[in-house]
Design a protein around this ligand. Structure first.
Ligand code: SF4
Ligand code: SF4
Length: 712
């Protein structure tokens, strides 16, 4: 796991009237316990990984309450866990990153939403949309609408969203439907405080078990029950949900003096909107807005009379809705037409259809709206001038820099064990020509970026091999290489990719990156992890492959570039047909450094002998062609000006970030590059032998040095 939450776990114990201060995602976790959740399942992914991490560390708290927590095998499994709330009045929560996780979970979600629930079922999704996102840009809204699940988009303020978590369970129970709560990346990481309530012991739990199973055919998703369920959604659940949202004031109205205009915003964007209004002088620093605002903490379903009451008497209303399609804008327009109200609705006309509503985008949208709507009592020139000043400052900055600011794409960490595999593929391509690479999701997706540019398609987590199925026959005898991470292997790759390839007699090469964690999401453990809780059973990838009947399996240390290249070459050219699997073994370097650094510090402090390895470049030998950089891509391997006045080109240089993984030396050797790399072992607390060896080396160097001078 990326970090330990042992300290934060104590916050989960806060009782009635105490104060919780911390990160949003921890507040959400506390909100679940205060709401009396009985079970939680989830799959890691930013920005909700920390919810999973903190619950993994909260064993004691969960045991006291009887709450069951499960790190699910994937999002579909987490969603399926909510089945408990179909039959029993148990509150359950599932957690994942959306929309990718929601895609994976959609089968279970459709069935859950059709059957309906007795106990509250709440799905917490990290809505990874916008400039910091790492996934395809889509909205969860569509899933909520198609399956008749209610969608909450809470205003990012700790007290409010913690209260809304409890309301989400109540809404789910009142309307017999699951509720999705989406939290944007900023809401998950915003720091704040709220007054806590005591955690609620669930009525049914590990500590208070059920005695009788429930059977009700109407809750099975099979015709004719499904026809009745569909009607129940429309005739019972939807009206009950609308009544609950209205009666409990889940949406919030913030009045303002400029009542001939208004703004309807998704709750999650409220803070950004307030900031834009404050910049234009239309709100104060404490969040009091001059423009009336309706903050939709529930974006589906809308409460028709809330919308029409807010819009009645206003000339124009701005809809702040991030992403496309413009579901809210269309729905609000339809509601107003039905109510015969002629308020002008402005949304995507002044705000972009696609992309994140950052502070700057929001400011421009608000200014354009105010300029067009001309509210009574507002000096438009003052508002317009704010935007003009921002644009002018940007232009000035661009002129000073003289060129667009260079992009900073993500990349492998220093010393990453996955990088050498791509160095090896590059070497193999020198002999065998370009290879089609079916890439996958994980840190290894960075291989698609420079310097490797390896990876022709990315279709989904664990789907690297499955995505090669159509390409393999098209290449005939020339084999295709698929990549899969160990996280993706357990998520679904074993069945969707490997079982499928075996069953269909696919003749191709699969590389599995066995780094020991789901690294890209913060180093959570998976069934093959060797680190972490030693009591947990470990399932080896090789054993799983053997069980599937795959005989061509090679496990190679990922840093051994030469051996990896030879094995790849063999797999690509071997006469034997069928799936050939190379397991590239090397612990995630980030996790490794986090694991060993504190241990090494302790050893040094205790006077124990510790060796650190570092690599460097002998600049007198470096030829300056930088092949090593192109074949390695390690951020630690960089360039610097040559100290030699006769050389104009920069030389390769290893900076202080080097973790001594050895890839530089391996690449130089496997690719037969110039012999400029040196390795140094830094010995702390040396023993007698180290000192003797050091003195001996000093003498040998001193003896050779005069000759070196003569040669020079
Ligand atoms: S997190 Fe681990 S696997 Fe991912 S890039 Fe960094 S070192 Fe490599
Ligand atoms: S040895 Fe080379 S590849 Fe490894 S961390 Fe150091 S500079 Fe990077």
């Amino acid at each position: 796991m990326e970090r330990s939450f042992a300290k934060e776990v104590e916050l989960l114990r806060r009782g009635e009237g105490e104060v919780f201060e911390g990160e949003g995602i921890l507040a959400i976790t506390k909100g679940l316990l205060q709401a009396g959740v009985s079970y939680i399942g989830g799959y890691q992914g930013a920005p909700v990984s920390h919810l999973m991490d903190v619950l993994s560390d909260a064993e004691g708290v969960l045991a006291e309450l009887g709450v069951h927590f499960e790190a699910s095998a994937n999002e579909a499994a987490a969603a399926a866990m909510l089945a408990a709330s179909i039959n029993y009045p148990m509150r359950g929560a599932a957690v994942w990153k959306s929309v990718v996780g929601t895609n994976v979970a959609s089968d279970a979600l459709s069935n859950l939403a059709s059957a309906g629930v007795k106990g509250g079922a709440v799905i917490i999704v990290g809505e990874d949309y916008g400039e910091g996102a790492s996934i395809i840009q889509e909205r969860t809204h569509a899933f909520a609408m198609k399956s008749s699940m209610w969608l909450m988009d809470p205003r990012p303020e700790h007290q409010r969203f913690v209260a809304l978590i409890e309301k989400a369970f109540e809404l789910s129970e009142a309307s017999n439907a699951p509720v999705i709560m989406e939290f944007r990346i900023r809401a998950c990481h915003v720091h704040g405080r709220f007054q806590t309530k005591a955690n609620k012991r669930p009525a049914i739990s590990r500590n208070a078990p059920l005695s009788e199973p429930d059977f009700d055919y109407n809750r099975i998703c099979l015709p004719p029950a499904t026809y009745a369920q569909e009607k129940h959604k429309v005739e019972h659940r939807l009206p009950r949900a609308i009544d609950f949202i209205r009666a409990n004031k889940l949406n919030e109205i913030f009045p303002g003096r400029l009542d001939d205009v208004g703004i309807i915003t998704q709750g999650g964007l409220y803070n950004t909107l307030l900031r834009a209004l404050a910049q234009t002088g239309l709100a104060d620093a404490f969040g009091k807005s001059d423009v009336p605002i309706l903050a939709l903490n529930v974006t589906y379903p809308l409460v028709p009379d809330e919308i029409t009451d807010f819009c009645a008497g206003k000339r124009a209303v701005l809809i702040v809705e991030e992403g496309n399609p413009d579901y809210l804008e269309q729905a609000i327009n339809a509601l107003l037409r039905k109510a015969d109200l002629n308020t002008t609705i402005v949304g995507k006309a002044v705000l972009p259809m696609a992309g994140e509503y950052t502070g700057e985008v929001m400011l421009e949208g608000v200014v354009r709206f105010i300029e067009g709507a001309v509210p009574r009592g507002v000096d438009i020139a003052v508002v317009s001038a704010v935007l003009a000043r921002v644009k002018e400052a940007k232009q000035r900055a661009a002129a000073i820099i003289g060129a667009p600011v260079p992009k900073r794409p993500p990349g492998f960490c220093v010393g990453c064990p996955e990088r050498p595999v791509f160095s090896a593929i590059r070497l193999v391509e020198r002999d065998l020509g370009k290879i089609h690479i079916a890439a996958d999701i994980g840190c290894h997706t960075f291989s698609t970026l420079p310097p490797f540019n390896l990876g022709n398609s990315v279709l989904g987590y664990g789907l690297g091999l499955a995505s090669a199925a159509g390409v393999v026959p098209a290449f005939g005898e020339k084999r295709v290489v698929s990549i899969m991470g160990d996280g993706g292997f357990w998520h679904n790759g074993l069945t969707s990719g490997i079982a499928g390839a075996l069953f269909n007699q696919q003749d191709s090469v699969l590389v599995i990156m066995n780094n020991g964690y789901t690294s890209a999401t913060g180093q959570q453990f998976i069934p093959s992890s060797t680190a972490g809780d030693k009591k947990r059973p470990r399932i080896s990838i090789e054993r799983a492959l053997a069980t599937m009947g795959i005989s061509w399996v090679r496990t190679i240390r990922s840093y051994s570039v030469g051996q990896m290249a030879r094995t790849l070459r063999h797999a690509l050219t071997a006469k034997d047909k069928g799936l050939k699997v190379i397991v590239a073994e090397g612990e995630c370097q980030l996790a490794r450094q986090r694991r060993i650094r504190p241990l090494l510090r302790k050893m040094v402090a205790a006077g124990k002998r510790v060796i650190r390895t570092r690599y460097g470049v002998d600049e007198a030998v470096c030829t300056g062609d930088h092949s090593c950089i192109r074949l390695s891509g390690c951020p630690s391997l960089t360039i610097k000006e040559s100290a030699d006045p006769l050389r104009q080109d920069p030389v390769a240089h290893v900076n202080n970030e080097c973790v001594g993984c050895g890839l530089c030396g391996e690449v130089a050797d496997a690719a037969v590059l110039c012999p400029s790399f040196w390795r140094a072992d830094i010995v702390q607390n040396p023993n007698g032998f180290d000192r003797w060896l050091f003195r001996l080396r000093q003498r040998v160097i001193a003896a050779l040095a005069p000759r070196a001078k003569v040669a020079a």
